[in-house]
Design a binder for this molecule. Structure first.
Ligand code: KIV
Length: 297
């Protein structure tokens, strides 16, 4: 964009694309991904220079107050994803297909994935699962929808898995995970999340795949890393997953600020003149006169 009278203009930062991520793997550049669920935080994530924003179905747990991601609906996801795309455009935007939005068949999956692109401004979708979702991934990709896969701990299956547990801990399970990842790559996925798997398993998968791996609780050898925004910013009291690093204590700072507001209001110290609207002295006197006349009559 150029300034009206010339001079130095700042070009808009270039949008991150799917081919950019594949090139980053080839060039050995690490990829950063962060979740966001609304326009305000999406803007902050983009301002930080993060490559990819995932509108995760972790929405259910960190924003909507559910104990798992299972109750999250397509309408929940589309509403929040649309807010994210209004707040940030430079990062690649990925919408997470919630439980029940792709299991019933290809047509359902296509219809729901298309909603992310058409109604919410997402660039791609993410789907949890291994070989059982390969056909779905292929159908989406064949119809022009970029898909990020997700294996290892797949929280939508939390009941089957018996909790949020580390996966692929045996040679057999690890081999299955790597084979699943290769099948998803072959089906056209452009990237794959590896969640809660031993670091050496993630390293072996990363070495074998040509598409980038994005780890969460999967060690340092993945091509990129993703964390949940609320874990990174310390928005939840004491809860801290082993794999997450807190880079700030925003939750504690927020409580401190809210306590100060509570104190000031109770003490009559807020609002002060600086935060109040004045009125012309003549208008005020006229108002007082009219009120006094009304009272007298
Ligand atoms: O829903 C989510 O936030 C995710 C990430 C944890 C990868 O799937």
């Amino acid at each position: 964009m150029s300034d009206q009278y010339g001079g130095v203009s700042t070009p808009a930062p270039k949008k991150v694309t799917v081919p950019d991520l594949i090139a980053m793997k080839r060039e050995g550049k690490r990829i950063t991904m962060m979740t966001a669920y609304d326009a305000a935080f999406a803007r902050l994530v983009a301002d930080a220079g993060i490559d990819v924003i995932l509108v995760g179905d972790s929405l259910g747990m960190v924003v909507l107050g559910y104990p798992t991601t299972v109750p999250v609906t397509m309408d929940d996801m589309v509403r929040h994803a649309a807010a994210v795309s209004r707040g940030a455009s430079r990062p690649l935007l990925v919408g997470d297909m919630p439980f029940g939005s792709y299991q019933a068949g290809r047509e359902d999956a296509l219809r729901n994935a298309a909603r992310f692109l058409k109604e919410a401004g997402m660039d791609a979708v993410k789907i949890e699962g291994g070989r059982e979702v390969v056909d779905t991934v292929r159908a989406l990709v064949d119809n022009g929808i970029a898909v990020m896969a997700h294996v290892g701990l797949t929280p939508q299956r939390v009941a089957q898995l018996g909790g949020f547990k580390v996966q692929a801990k045996t040679a057999r399970a690890a081999r299955r995970l790597i084979d699943d990842a290769l099948a998803l790559e072959e089906a056209g996925a452009f990237s794959i999340v590896l969640e809660s798997v031993p670091a050496p398993v993630a390293a072996l998968a990363t070495e074998r795949l040509t598409i980038p791996t994005i780890g969460i609780g999967a060690g340092a050898q993945c091509d990129g890393q993703v964390l949940v925004l609320h874990d990174v910013l310390g928005l939840f009291g004491e809860f801290k997953p082993k794999f997450a690093r807190r880079y700030a204590e925003i939750g504690a700072a927020a409580v401190e600020a809210l306590r100060a507001f509570d104190r000031d209001v109770r003490a009559g110290a807020f609002p002060d003149d600086e935060h109040s609207f004045a009125m012309k002295e003549s208008e005020l006197r006229s108002l007082q006169r009219s009120l006094a006349q009304q009272k007298a009559s």
